[in-house]
Design a protein around this ligand. Structure first.
Ligand SMILES: Nc1ncnc2c1ncn2[C@@H]1O[C@H](COP(=O)(O)OP(=O)(O)O)[C@@H](O)[C@H]1O
Ligand SMILES: [Mg+2]
Length: 455
């Protein structure tokens, strides 16, 4: 039975979300920054070419017969050729008079006096980049300012930009995918540490309260530290309470025996039926109590020894021979035939006292719950596995109880008025578990209970 745990999300998922979210944000920033840089570089390239073209035209400006004359060198236009067939426009001014070209391009009034000027405009919905430069020619009638503007559409530029945008997007996506993979891996390894600790604690037997010795990461040290302290306190408390139960049971048993002998003696002397009846009930109650005290004592002993198993080579066949011999008088008193079917040798590395205690409880049950004139069979097999079974011809276990009967103080509905405390099967089960074995309760097809310990 695992107690309910309040769960609020998963650390691993939270880590994955935070890390992949961060990676996505970084990828977007990377995309935006690289795109802006690429646009700047591409623009710079176009500006350089426009500047070269404009300067080469401006260089040809001369004064002829008092008039400004200009030439378009072949290279000034050929350098502007692009794969996207961009259109080129120009404007030439002398001071504020348009000599040739398109007057909408730029007005020389906007020009800075230092010469070159770049700007972006649009013409017929097409984005344009314009480079303007000026030159002063000194003529006989004073200085004359010549302005040349060269403009180019930006189709090739946006093609290049689109291509690089696609590449940058792919780069960002790749970056995101790789960082997400790293994030998932990092989150899994981190939470793996915790899972490993959890598994190592879960996998322990219920009796194992030893501290966690495995090295753990610093962040988990406080948790593991508290867990260890908690377990050692629990261990201490458990030992104390087992000691207490054993001591209490021992102290109760002795006076009970005295009371019982007094009651029996009185029973001999009393003649009135109702007095005899109540004395008999008293003796029975005393039997119940002293048996319960005995079982408690046995159980405390089993719990204690199971933790510090004193292992030695035990032959279960020999052990049962002796046990059956001792219990035969009880069987005879109940008119039951106690027989053995023993494979020899049946060697087990275990605690003889515990094993004897467990088997005594099983035989005791069989003798108690089976009716008179039936057989109880104690059987040992040594192959393929070592098993001991005690079977009888009694009523067997109720099907709906079979899972729970080995619990502490649990008694079945077939208990009738039989003296008992509900600890016999518990003891047998704990002894089997302490030896790495299991106990199973079954009903034989022909009727009767069968309890098997497998090692
Ligand atoms: N051989 C058996 N035949 C039928 N029922 C049994 C047998 N052994 C045990 N039981 C059932 O299992 C219950 C638990 O057994 P146990 O733990 O030994 O307690 P107790 O013997 O004190 O009743 C019993 O109360 C009884 O109902
Ligand atoms: Mg019993």
């Amino acid at each position: 039975m695992t107690p309910e745990v309040n769960v609020s999300g998963s650390l691993r998922n939270r880590l994955v979300v935070i890390l992949t979210g961060g990676a996505a944000l970084l990828a977007i920033i990377l995309y935006v920054v690289v795109r802006i840089l690429a646009a700047q570089i591409a623009q710079q390239g176009q500006d350089n070419i426009l500047n070269a073209s404009m300067s080469s035209i401006l260089d040809t400006a001369v004064l002829q017969d008092g008039r400004v004359a200009l030439d378009f060198p072949y290279s000034s236009l050929s350098m502007l050729t692009t794969g996207a067939d961009d259109r080129v426009y120009y404007a030439i001014y002398e001071d504020e008079t348009l000599l040739s070209g398109y007057d909408w391009l730029v007005s020389p009034r906007d020009l800075a006096s230092d010469g070159t000027h770049f700007e972006s405009t649009t013409f017929a919905d097409d984005p344009l980049r314009v480079a303007t430069g000026s030159r002063t020619l000194i003529g006989p009638d004073g200085p004359r300012n010549v302005f040349v503007s060269i403009a180019q559409t930006q189709d090739a530029l946006s093609d290049t930009l689109n291509a690089s945008t696609r590449n940058v997007a792919l780069l960002g996506l790749g970056f995101f995918v790789m960082s997400s993979a790293v994030a998932i891996w990092a989150a899994s390894t981190t939470s793996g540490q915790m899972r490993r600790l959890a598994t190592s604690v879960t996998r322990r037997g219920p009796q194992d309260l030893s501290p966690v010795a495995k090295p753990v990461p610093t962040e988990m040290a406080p948790l593991v530290g508290s867990l260890n302290t908690f377990m050692s306190r629990l261990d201490h408390t458990l030992t104390q309470s087992e000691d207490f139960i054993a001591e209490a049971a021992h102290r109760i048993r002795t006076p009970l025996a005295t009371v019982r002998s007094h009651a029996e003696a009185t029973l001999q002397r009393v003649e009135r039926t109702e007095n005899r009846k109540s004395l008999q009930a008293m003796v029975r109650a005393i039997d119940e109590s002293s048996r319960a005290a005995g079982q408690l004592l046995d159980h405390a002993m089993v719990t204690f020894r199971a933790e510090n198993l004193e292992r030695s080579e035990v032959d279960l066949a020999d052990l049962l021979d002796e046990l059956v011999l001792r219990m035969t008088p009880v069987a005879e008193m109940n008119d039951i035939t106690l027989t053995t079917k023993l494979d020899r040798p049946a060697m087990l590395l275990g605690d003889a006292i515990l094993l004897q205690n467990a088997l005594r409880n099983l035989i005791d049950n069989a003798l108690k719950y089976a009716p008179a004139e039936t057989d109880v069979i104690v059987k040992v097999t040594n192959a393929p596995t070592l098993t001991v079974s005690v079977s009888d011809e009694g009523p067997g276990f109720a099907d709906d109880e079979i899972e729970t009967l080995s619990g502490r103080f649990v008694r079945g509905k077939n208990m009738g008025n039989k003296v008992g405390s509900g600890l016999g099967l518990t003891i047998a089960q704990e002894v089997a578990a302490a030896h790495g074995g299991t106990m199973s309760l079954t009903n034989k097809p022909e009727g009767g209970a069968c309890v098997t310990l497998s090692f």
